[in-house]
Every structure is written in structure tokens, then in C-alpha cells.
Design a protein around this ligand. Structure first.
Ligand code: PHE
Ligand code: ZN
Length: 882
């Protein structure tokens, strides 16, 4: 246990930097085990700082200091002080510019935390967000210090033939001893978290893009030679993103070169370093036989995300890390819209809401709940959360809803115009929205400071004499850690009214003269009643269309009403939602039956509804596949006061079997109709066909029918694309198919050299439902291809098991919990960021029965007593127990 608990940083303590760094000149002599860095920083006092301190404190961690100079004079050791976290230079000039030169060394190979400069296989690369630059050299490592970077890389020609950094290549040359050098210059001021360098044996795919103003941008994707044939999709995605941002936001790329490097060891998805994005290979590499349709979609989304950061994040950056959602929430919103435009808006929205409601809602209801703009943290890396990213995007989406697309665009234009080149706050963003639209968003700002998911309770009253429908909406904002009481929020609720014949009614709101088929209700009070007039018949109300606010909606609905919406709601989100609510209700009743020892019987309303879906003709086949799918076990669990993993699993399986039985002919027909022998076909129709087909195969496989078993085996053997192959394998693995072991083995042998496919092989086994899953997971941990130092592999085995296999992770004997805690303790020293993310499943301990609570708490306590516990792990574990 650490002796002093680590320090908490507060938003309220923000002070402008005491010094500025105008120019940052970096010189790297690269070596896998001892890289030498010489940093020359041209600095001056910050006139905006009120502090009166002639000492300069530069932050640095894990560095070996060689020497310090001030304006070219070597400083003797009494002129500065070194601490484990900083270098303090006692006296620096207060009235003129000065140059501090620091020389230090560091060991990239020993850096398993993958923050700062590290080695990914044979490639040197960096990750500086949030506070990794201080592991490269001593610096003012904070985002509001923006500087012009010039970087020279020197290294062995054979080991590091490619030398990359931000901006434009300015000069290069040869040196004795088989060395060479390259100088890069980034003309844009940037904070050091956007710095990057890459050095190694890389191959490059090149293309170009002509901007709307006619400039030609060189595009380069760097990968290992063996992956050169998997870059086409990433390159096309980049071009799509560039033209989308021009068309949608009028934003053009600014440098002449855009580079993406794919690395196999990466803590997160990707990083938007200026002009030199570094990506997890997972979000770059794709070939039809190695990547699924969803992988293709995610790659385009992440490429878009990092590209969009060039404006929302780089040109306008964050003042401090509490403002993280300023760039992340906004950029996630931008990438969601991009993907929606590129694929299917309906499907993308449903996928995003699914992610939000399963994972983010759990976070917001748990011990680590925080506002999208947190007000305190111990370790900032712990705040790259679903709340900051996904809920942050929902908050931006609500602004879009309230202001309308044009108003929102005006606000964005003003924001970029006002703040280009600055480090700003979430408030600056809202201010721009207000000013551009002449609205008051005072109350709306509470979304930035209040944590927790609001609960919206709805009651309706139809008055046939007055021909009015009154809708009463009540918002409850539950307490969260540190926030016992909340103020009401400004909540936009997209609404429509559907008449019994399926036609739409006009919404005529009392007190407003607008008449339209759809309307945005603005809930601002704790309780508010909206009256719709001139309704001779009682309509069915469609509320919170498109999931227009991140809230939990509570509304009394009969199963028949839900079935009606499922057939008639023109809002694609609510139509799908009606089916999910229907299935959720039926499954919840079955859970209750199981818990009370009653035998299970399927509710015919559900079967009828699913039959109707199956027999309807759908244009968007991916949407059809979602309509056919049951809510996930994790989403069902989210709805229960005390989570009963076994009952949820049994009840959901029962419903799936019943659907398979009652819809067997339709499902078989759909499978055969949508089955094609095709490989590299990625249009919406082909993707949709695969989704429908594989959902049907999933249902049919529950029937224990030898013909269906032959279908899955054949699909597995003959698949020409990863979507079909992995879908078949999943069915085989989860149904105790006689060929289970053979197929798993064949898949391994086919793909043992493709790390990303092997990740799928690990994940599939970790999320399987058969009873021997835990033993398999323990065996896989000892598999020669398992590597605790590779975050993708850890996520695929340990992450999948603990976060996506509730049935086995929550085994009553606690073996799943113990397994996870052991891994976290091992990871704590190797990679604290990954370790702390793996705690996720344990933080939710209060949601389970007493016996499981005690077991999970016990493991959290064991984690807390880890020797040399990292700040990352300490913060999450201690807050979970508090
Ligand atoms: N800023 C990155 C993104 O959202 C995420 C990231 C954070 C990557 C920290 C690495 C480290 O695109
Ligand atoms: Zn981002």
C-alpha cells in the first residue's frame, strides 16, 4: 500500500501557466534502450499569470537528466532541483525571453506502460495524451501551453529507415556510422500532448486528396510490410472524412501532409497527433477475409474521429484536462454523424444508444459517476470515459436538436472563428452557440456539471370532450457521489403523435401556433404538462424520438401499444425501441417466473410481433437485423434492481428458442434468401444481407437440428469474408456443435499470423456460454500467443471475459472475480492504464446479490493492498469501495 494517498487535482484550482514556451526544438538520438533527447525551449514569463515566482518548474517522469543550460550556460547542480516528478530551475529571467536546454535519456524498451516513447515490436513510437510528454523530456506538460515544434530525429538507417514527426519534412541527411537524420517542422502552435514521433521499418501506402480550395494533400499510411494489403479501406475512409468535414462543417485540412501509423501495442483506439495520427492496428487494418463488416465500419469511424480532431481538438484545443469533453464529446458527435451519413443513420443511432445505455448508464449510476466535465481527478487517464466521450456527444447532440442543424452550424462557425489557435473551455463552446443563435443556454449548462442519468416519468391523459391530450413529464435527477442534490435540466424531447390507423396527427401545442407532425418539447422544470389540442381521437404518443436526450424513460405502456408502435412508428429509433421494450418486458416477466419457481411460457404477443417483423419487407437490411435481435443480457441487467445473471441468461435463451421454434420457416427462408457466396462486397445491401442471415443462423442454431449444424459448418468452411466465418464459428462455439474443437483449431491454424484475427479467437472463447468457459479462459491465459504486455490481447481475453460474459464472470463461487483481480494486480506494474480499465466489471459490485457483493468487494480490497499501487488503479479501486 502506498503510504500517502495520491493527490487530487481540482478544476477550481486552475491557474494560467506561469511561463510560456514559444519554440520547442527537439533533438532525438534514437535507440531502443537508451534514447537521448535534447530539448531547447524558448520561453518567457506569462503576462496572464498572477503568480510571482522566479523559479521555473518543468514536469518530467522516469527520465535520466544529463544536463541543463540557461541561455547557453551550463547550470551547476545548485541552480536547479530534481524531484521524481519535476525539474525546478531556481532563477530564470523575468522580463525577457530565455532559452532552457535540457538533455536527458530514457529507455523506450522498458516502457511497458505505453505512455511517452515506447517500443511496439521493433517500432519506436510515442503516446503523449494526456500527460505522456513528461516521460520524454522536462516540459510544461499542460494543454494550455502551446508552442511551435521543430523535431530532429537521428538514428540507424537499418533499424529506423523511416523517421516521422509532426508537420512538414524540412530537411534530411546522412551521418557517419550508418546513421541518418530528418528534421520536421510543425507550423501550427500546439500543446505537447499532440506531439508524436515514429521510427522504424515501416512500409507506406500513398494517395492524395484535393481540398475544396484546390490544395493537394499527400496522404500516407505507414504499416509493417506484412500489412500493406490491408490499408485500402483506411485510405478511402480518410478521404471520405476529409470531404465530409468540408461539406458538413466547411472545414479544410491545413498541412500539406497527413500521416497515419498503425501500431500493434496501443492503450486506446487512436491518437490525433498533429499531422501524424498514431492508430491501434485494430482501427486501420482490414481485408475482407480478416475484418468483419463492423470492423470496416469502426475503422471508418475512428479514422474520421481522429481526422475531425484536427479542428475540434487541435486547432482549437482544451485549456485543461477537465475540459476533455470539449474536444471528445464534440468529435464523437461529429464521427457519429459521419458514420450515419456513410452507412445507415437509423442503424448507427441504435448502435450508439445501445452502447450508451449499457455501458455509460452503468458508469453514471455507479461509484465512479462524474459529470461530462469532471471537477476533480487523481489520474486523468481514468477520465477517458464513456461519460466524457459518449454522454459528451449526447450533450452536443442535444444542442444540435435545440438549435436545429443551421443554428448548430452557425454556433460551430463562430466557435472556430473565435478560438482558432487557442486552448479553451466547454463554456466557450456553449457561449459560441448562444451568441450565434441569440439564445440563453444558462440552464442547459448544467449538463456539463451534473452527473447521473435523469429519470423521466411520463403520464398522459386524454380528454375526449376537449379533444386534448395532456402529457405530464417529470424529471428526477438521482444523487451521485459528491452531488447529493441536483437542479432540473433542460431536456429536448422529440415527439410525434400516431393515430390508431397508423397516420400521423398534427401536433398543436397549447400556447403555440406552430403546427407540425413532429415537435421538440423542451422540459426545463422538475414537472411540466404539455397539452396537445384538436385531437378527435386518442393518438399513441411517440416520445424521445431518435433518443433525443440521454435519459431513462418511464412510461406505462401496454404490450399491445408497444406492438402498435413497432408496426407504425415512422421514427426508426422508436420503432426499434418498441420491439426492445416489448422483448424486455417479456423477458423480465420470465425472470420473475424463474425466481419464483414457475414454469416458463412464452407470451404470444412477442411471437406475433416478431413474426410481423420477419414477414415485413425491409429496405435497410441492417436495420431489419437489429429489429430481429433481442436486447443484450447486459442491457437487461441494467434494468434490474438486483442483477440475477443466471435468470437473465436462462430467460433470454428461452425466448430466443421460442422465436426460433415459432418462426422457424421464416428464419430458414431468410437465411437461404440472404446467403451469397461473396467476399469483398461492402455495399449496404451486402452488409445487410450478412447481418440478417447471421441473426437468423443464431436463432436457428438454438433448435439443435443437425441440418442447421451442417449449415453453420458449411458457412464456416466456405466463408470468403470474416463476417460470415466468425458468425458461423460463434454459433458453433456456443452450441456445443460436434465440430466445435476442430473448428476452433482450424481457425487458429488459419489465422495464427494475424494478430487482430487471433484477438477475435481469444474473445470468442472468452465470451462463450458453455459450462467449460472458465477453464478455457484459464487455459488461454497460458497460451503461447497470450501476452499481458499487449493491450489488444488483454482486452480480447480478460476484457471480453469480465465485461461481456456476465454468466461466467459472475460465477457464484467467485472464480471469475479472483481471476480478474489477479490480472489487474499483474497489470498494475506493467501497464497501469490498462489495469485500471480492467477493474470496470468489479466497480459495479453494488448491483449484485449479497454473496457476490462480498466476493467482489473482497477482490477490490485485495487490489487496494497491491504493493506499489499505481495512481490509476488506486483511484478506481478506492472510489469503487467508498
Ligand atoms: N484522444 C484520443 C481520441 O479520442 C484518445 C486517446 C487518449 C488516445 C489518450 C491515447 C491516449 O481520439
Ligand atoms: Zn478523440
Amino acid at each position: 500500500m502506498r503510504d500517502a494517498s495520491p493527490q487530487t487535482i481540482y478544476l477550481k484550482d486552475y491557474k494560467p501557466p506561469e511561463y510560456l514556451i514559444h519554440d520547442t526544438d527537439l533533438n532525438f538520438t534514437l535507440d531502443n534502450e537508451s534514447t537521448r533527447v535534447v530539448a531547447s525551449l524558448t520561453m518567457s514569463r506569462n503576462p496572464a499569470s498572477k503568480a510571482d515566482d522566479s523559479a521555473l518548474t518543468l514536469l518530467g517522469e522516469n527520465l535520466t537528466l544529463v544536463g541543463v543550460q540557461l541561455n547557453g550556460d551550463i547550470l551547476s547542480t545548485d541552480r536547479y532541483l530534481q524531484t521524481p516528478e519535476a525539474l525546478v530551475i531556481h532563477d530564470v529571467p523575468q522580463h525577457e525571453k530565455f532559452v532552457v536546454t535540457i538533455e536527458n535519456t530514457l529507455n523506450p524498451k522498458a516502457n511497458t506502460a505505453l505512455e511517452g516513447l515506447y517500443l511496439s515490436k521493433n517500432m519506436l513510437c510515442t503516446q503523449c495524451e494526456a500527460e505522456g510528454f513528461r516521460k520524454i523530456t522536462y516540459y510544461l506538460d499542460r494543454p494550455d501551453v502551446m508552442s511551435r515544434f521543430t523535431t530532429t530525429l537521428v538514428g540507424d538507417k537499418d533499424k529506423y529507415p523511416v523517421l516521422l514527426s509532426n508537420g512538414n519534412k524540412k530537411a534530411q541527411g546522412e551521418l557517419p556510422d550508418n546513421k541518418h537524420w530528418v528534421t520536421w517542422e510543425d507550423p501550427f502552435n500546439k500543446p505537447c500532448y499532440l506531439f508524436a514521433l515514429v521510427a522504424g521499418q515501416l512500409e507506406c501506402v500513398r494517395d492524395s486528396f484535393i481540398t475544396q480550395s484546390g490544395r493537394r494533400i499527400a496522404l500516407e499510411i505507414y504499416v509493417e510490410a506484412h500489412d500493406l494489403d490491408k490499408c485500402d479501406h483506411a485510405m478511402q475512409s480518410l478521404k471520405n472524412a476529409m470531404s465530409w468535414d468540408e461539406k458538413t462543417y466547411g472545414l479544410e485540412y491545413d498541412l500539406d501532409l497527413y500521416m497515419i501509423v498503425a501500431v500493434g501495442h496501443f492503450n486506446m483506439g487512436a491518437m490525433e497527433n498533429k499531422g501524424l495520427n498514431i492508430f491501434n492496428t485494430k482501427f486501420v487494418l482490414a481485408r475482407p477475409d480478416t475484418a468483419t463488416d463492423s470492423d470496416y465500419e469502426h475503422i471508418e469511424g475512428v479514422i474520421g474521429h481522429e481526422y475531425f480532431h484536427n479542428w475540434s481538438g487541435n486547432r482549437v484545443t482544451c485549456r485543461d484536462w477537465f475540459q476533455l469533453s470539449l474536444k471528445e464529446g464534440f468529435t464523437v458527435f461529429r464521427d457519429q454523424e459521419f458514420t450515419g451519413d456513410r452507412t445507415s443513420k437509423a442503424v448507427k443511432r441504435i448502435e450508439d444508444v445501445n452502447a450508451l445505455r449499457t455501458r455509460q448508464f452503468a458508469e453514471d449510476a455507479g461509484p465512479l459517476a462524474h459529470p461530462i466535465r469532471p471537477d476533480a481527478y487523481i489520474e486523468i487517464n481514468n477520465f477517458y470515459t464513456l461519460t466524457v466521450y459518449e454522454k459528451g456527444a449526447e450533450v452536443v447532440r442535444m444542442l444540435h436538436t435545440l438549435l436545429g442543424p443551421q443554428g448548430f452550424r452557425k454556433g460551430c462557425d463562430l466557435y472556430f472563428q473565435r478560438h482558432d489557435g487557442q486552448a479553451v473551455t466547454c463554456d466557450d463552446f456553449v457561449n459560441a452557440m448562444e451568441a450565434a443563435n441569440d439564445v440563453d443556454l444558462t440552464q442547459f449548462r448544467r449538463w456539463y456539471s451534473q452527473a447521473g442519468t435523469p429519470v423521466l416519468t411520463v403520464s398522459e391523459h386524454y380528454d375526449s370532450d376537449a379533444q386534448t391530450l395532456s402529457l405530464t413529464l417529470k424529471q428526477d435527477n438521482p444523487p451521485t457521489p459528491g452531488q447529493p442534490r441536483k437542479e432540473p435540466l433542460h431536456i429536448p424531447i422529440k415527439t410525434g403523435l400516431i393515430l390508431p390507423d397508423g397516420n400521423l396527427a398534427q401536433c398543436r401545442l397549447q400556447g403555440s401556433d406552430q403546427v407540425s407532425h413532429k415537435i421538440v418539447l423542451e422540459l426545463t422544470d422538475t414537472e411540466q404538462t404539455f397539452v396537445f389540442e384538436q385531437l378527435p381521437q386518442k393518438p399513441v404518443i411517440s416520445l424521445l424520438r431518435g433518443f433525443s436526450a440521454p435519459v431513462k424513460l418511464k412510461m406505462q405502456r401496454s404490450l399491445e401499444e408497444l406492438a402498435f408502435l413497432l408496426s407504425h412508428d415512422p421514427d426508426t429509433f422508436n420503432r426499434w425501441e418498441a420491439g426492445q421494450l416489448l422483448a424486455g418486458r417479456v423477458i423480465a416477466e420470465l425472470v420473475d417466473d424463474l425466481q419464483n419457481g414457475r414454469s416458463l411460457e412464452i407470451n404470444p404477443v412477442l411471437i406475433e410481433a416478431y413474426l410481423k417483423i420477419a414477414q415485413n419487407c425491409w429496405l435497410d437490411l441492417s436495420y431489419f437485423a437489429l429489429l430481429l435481435s433481442l436486447p443484450s443480457e447486459i442491457y437487461l441487467a441494467e434494468q434490474m434492481p438486483v442483477i440475477d445473471v443466471e435468470a437473465i441468461h436462462t430467460a433470454r435463451e428461452f425466448v430466443a428458442c421460442q422465436i426460433a421454434k415459432h418462426l422457424e420457416d421464416d428464419l430458414r427462408g431468410l437465411y437461404l434468401d440472404n446467403h451469397r457466396d461473396e467476399s469483398g462486397c461492402f455495399d449496404a445491401k451486402a452488409i445487410g444481407r450478412r447481418r440478417v442471415k447471421n441473426v437468423c443462423l443464431g436463432y436457428l442454431s438454438k433448435l439443435d437440428d443437425t441440418e442447421i449444424q451442417r449449415w453453420s459448418l458449411k458457412q464456416f468452411d466456405t466463408a470468403k469474408n470474416m463476417t460470415d466465418q466468425i458468425a458461423a464459428l460463434s454459433v458453433i462455439v456456443n452450441t456445443q456443435h460436434p465440430a466445435r474443437a476442430t473448428c476452433l483449431d482450424a481457425f487458429y491454424r488459419q489465422w495464427r499470423d494475424e494478430a487482430l484475427v487471433l484477438d477475435k479467437w481469444f474473445a470468442l472463447q472468452a465470451t462463450a456460454s458453455p459450462p467449460d468457459t472458465f477453464d478455457a479462459v484459464e487455459r488461454l491465459l497460458k497460451h503461447p500467443d497470450f501476452d499481458l504486455k499487449n493491450p489488444n490481447r488483454v482486452r480480447s481475453l480478460v476484457g471480453s471475459f469480465s465485461q461481456a460474459n456476465p454468466l461466467h464472470f459472475h460465477a457464484a463461487n467467485g472464480q471469475g472475480y479472483r481471476f480478474l483481480a489477479d490480472r489487474i494486480i499483474e497489470l498494475n506494474t506493467l501497464n497501469p492504464q490498462v489495469a485500471s480499465r480492467m477493474i470496470g466489471a468489479l466497480t459495479q459490485w453494488r448491483r449484485y446479490d449479497e454473496a457476490r457483493q462480498a466476493l467482489m468487494k473482497g477482490e477490490l480490497e485485495r487490489i487496494m493492498s497491491t504493493e506499489a499501487i499505481s495512481k490509476d488503479v488506486y483511484e478506481v479501486a478506492s472510489k469503487s469501495l467508498a
